[in-house]
Design a protein around this ligand. Sequence first.
Ligand SMILES: *[C@@H]1O[C@H](CO)[C@@H](O)[C@H](O)[C@H]1NC(C)=O
Ligand SMILES: *[C@@H]1O[C@H](CO)[C@@H](O)[C@H](O)[C@H]1NC(C)=O
Ligand SMILES: *[C@@H]1O[C@H](CO)[C@@H](O)[C@H](O)[C@H]1NC(C)=O
Ligand SMILES: *[C@@H]1O[C@H](CO)[C@@H](O)[C@H](O)[C@H]1NC(C)=O
Length: 965
Amino acid sequence: MAGNPTKCSNINIPQTVLSLCILIVQIGAFSLQNCTVQDETFQLKVLCYKMGFFKVPADIPNKVKYLDISFNSISEIQVKDFEDIWNLSHLNSSNNHISNIQDGTSQHFPNLTNLNLAHNRLKKLSGGLLQGLTKLQVLRLDDNAIESIDPHAFNTLSSLKVLNLTKNKLKQIHRVQPVLASPSLKELLVGSNRFDTFNSYDLSRRSLTVTKMDFSNNPLTTFQITDNIFPVLDYLDMSNCGKNTSMMWNITDKAFLNSVRTLNLSGVDIPGESITALLQNSSWASLNKLRLNEMKGVKVEALLQAACSPKLNVLRLKGNKISKLTNYMFQHCFNLTELDLATNEISIVSAPVFKGLTQLRKLQLQLNRLSHVNNSFQLIPTLEFIDLSRNRIHKLNCSDFANLTLLTHLYLYGNRISEIRSCLFKNLQHLEILKLGTNQLLTIGSTFEHGPQSLRELQLTYNKLSAVTNGTFKSLSNLRVLDMSNNQIFEIKGQAFSGLINLAKLLLSSNRITADTIKDPKVFLGMPNLKLLELYSNFIKYRETTLHLPPFEHLKSLKIMSIHSQRRGIGKIPSNLLQGLTSLNMFYGGSMNLQYLHPDTFNSTLKLWFLDLSKNAFGNEQSISAEVFHPIQRLTKLILKRSQLHSLNFLLDANLSRLSVLRASENTLDVINKTLIQSLPRLRYLDLEKNTFTCDCSNAFFIDWAMKNNTTQIVYLSKYACSYPPSLRGTYLADLNTDSCNVNVDFICFVCSSAVVIITLLVSFIYHFLYWQVIYAYYLFLAFLYDSKKKQMRHQHEFQYDAFISYNAQDEPWVVEELVPNLEDEQGWRLCLHYRDFEPGRPIIDNIMDGIYSSRKTICLITHNYLRSNWCSKEIQMANFRLFNDQKDVLILVFLEDIPTCHLSPYYQMRKLVKKKTYLKWPKPGDDARIFWQKMRQALETKEDPDKQNIILSGEECRLTSRIL
Ligand SMILES: *[C@@H]1O[C@H](CO)[C@@H](O)[C@H](O)[C@H]1NC(C)=O
Ligand SMILES: *[C@@H]1O[C@H](CO)[C@@H](O)[C@H](O)[C@H]1NC(C)=O
Ligand SMILES: *[C@@H]1O[C@H](CO)[C@@H](O)[C@H](O)[C@H]1NC(C)=O
Ligand SMILES: *[C@@H]1O[C@H](CO)[C@@H](O)[C@H](O)[C@H]1NC(C)=O
């Protein structure tokens, strides 16, 4: 989809192009902002459920096979939402607000096999909606508002097997007809619609391939089959049909439903006689499973008369308020293998009730009111599974199950049993699973002393056991799972579990176990195959750094240890606590208020690959060191959620070259630097949600890497909020613009070399073409500086001189012979002349400045010599500046020679004055000089007279001039 990021960084290209590259790269495979991407073998899965999306997220990788966008607020699906996606096999868009799917969208899914549109707002299925889904097998449209289906909607669905239209608004069965265009439809679920009549000819007259049909929860008043349209129907669900206790049932040929093996008539709203008739009239030739749960106002005995037949194997009678199991109740159901009587009110079981049920293997009596067992089951020696959970049984007798030699499952949880004697299991040679949880057992010291040896799973959770004595389980050599969680165990004797040579799981969580309880390593002796040990939610707490005897030493096969959530905090993990656990793969050590991990903690657990240390108190710099991880180089998952971590720097030298998942959310991490990322070369999944990120260039590397790299997923990156600087609170790290941080060395070099080239060009250009203008500008600038300085000093408007005379030294004779006599002697002006009035020793430029500023006017005597001299031209500039600043006519140009205006070009200002004829010209030899002197007098006499525009340069022009320069 995107270009390779490294291509951009090495080439000298302007920054605009650079940022363009970054922009493109952001659309990489792992930049999906709110979704998780799971790359399983050949199955790219994208999970975007519960993300608050209002539309299909745009950046879904195009190789996705499995896409879940359920539980969002998407209201519309458009063709362009799936622009580049062609490989999808599963699409789950259930639980949205979808009311419209653009026709043509389905063309993107030639390989789609499962489409889930359940729980949306579709009103109709248009002709184009499902067009081309030739491989679709399962289509869920349940819980929408579908009222109509286009006749051609299912035309191309040649592989469809399962169609779920449950919970829609279909009223007439002929509306469903279009779906039969799918030739291989097997399961048609149209329950919970609004059908009131089912006439088979409305649906079809030909035979259908449907094997499972669900009509449940429709207000059917007529159910009529007049053609053999269901020749292979296996499962028919008519539960909760009928309306106002009536439903006309008319199957015109008894053979029409004779393939049905499972029938559900639970809660049908018709009277008992009708059901009886229904069950008897039709020939349910194959029926062997019948569900009659929650029948309303029906007498079970009468029902059984009709329902029972030699063919019936499974009968469910849940929730029928049966209070008593009477003699011979099931005598006609003598071939039952499974009888479900759960959720009734049975308190009395008369022993002969099961007489004759010679095939019964599974009996469910949970959620009844039995208070004792009383030999009731003596007569069903075939029983393999009996569920007596959640009754009121408080006492069991030795003989209660004495005959049930085939029993494998015995569920007695949720009763009031306080004692179980070993004689109960005397004949239960095959018992495999025994559930005794949620009773009132205080002790099991001798309960299992003689077996049952076959027992594989023993559940004793939620009792009141407080101690486990030695040898308690010594006969249970086949036990695989022992669940004693949620008791009050505080004492475990040495060898308490010995004999459990096959035990794989030992669950001891939520007890009162302390460090003392397990102090003796013999406690866990005798379980050479134990794989899982759960000790969480106990009271284990250590103060010592090293234990005299490490408690788990004998658990050589242990793979998973959960010791998290110790209720008083674990204090310390002694450095040798895990000694001997050489097979340990996974360690759960969260929520223990742990503040320090000894570097030797995992010295024996070299195979550890999963470590959860979340919710501890590692706020201190020294809490975890890199050495902790040195023995466990196989670590691939590390969980450090909510552990008060300020930094992950301890991972820098941890050498975790295999770490692929790191979760460190809800800490106070602020900066993730490059070295950290580089120290975890195999990282695939990084979760840093809810940290306190600094949103500045210190995280620039992380942001860029998170967006660009396509090996590591940064989960929920878009939700990482800025905590610093305060002005950026409420914004997101991923939104930070890092372009300005991204300048690399190449780029700097590029900029510098370009600058040098450009400057060189510019300088030579200027030197060549604009030399004078630059010099002029330089002096103009000096003049400007001086002018500003002078202006501050100059408050009084009194001038020392009437005119400053600027001239070239070669023109001095004229000054001495003509100018001074005429102006000073004759007309009485005071002149400032540098041969006379300049302060010796002072910098010449200062002298000029002073001269100009202490004179009312400046008279420049322009000759060729004058123009050649730098100093003279400077005087003009200064005068110009004064002019510019004071808005006064200060400059008088006197041309002593004929000078073409083009020669004046460097002296731009001057040229302008000349062009405007605002100058005086010394008459040619022979002409009368008196006019000249008269004009001079006039020029010198003008005071601050803004009207004399012809002499005064306006400020605007000056500004213009300086700009041009
Ligand atoms: C990610 O989810 C949040 C809400 O959890 C939403 O506000 C945000 O717009 C989503 N981001 C994208 C890119 O859809
Ligand atoms: C559909 O799946 C087949 C293999 O099952 C594959 O060869 C084909 O390329 C897929 N078609 C598309 C458009 O992905
Ligand atoms: C059909 O839809 C109903 C109602 O949403 C649901 O409970 C059921 O599990 C679905 N069954 C299948 C096979 O999809
Ligand atoms: C059953 O349906 C057939 C065919 O429509 C009809 O002739 C017959 O009268 C119906 N039987 C009852 C009891 O309604």
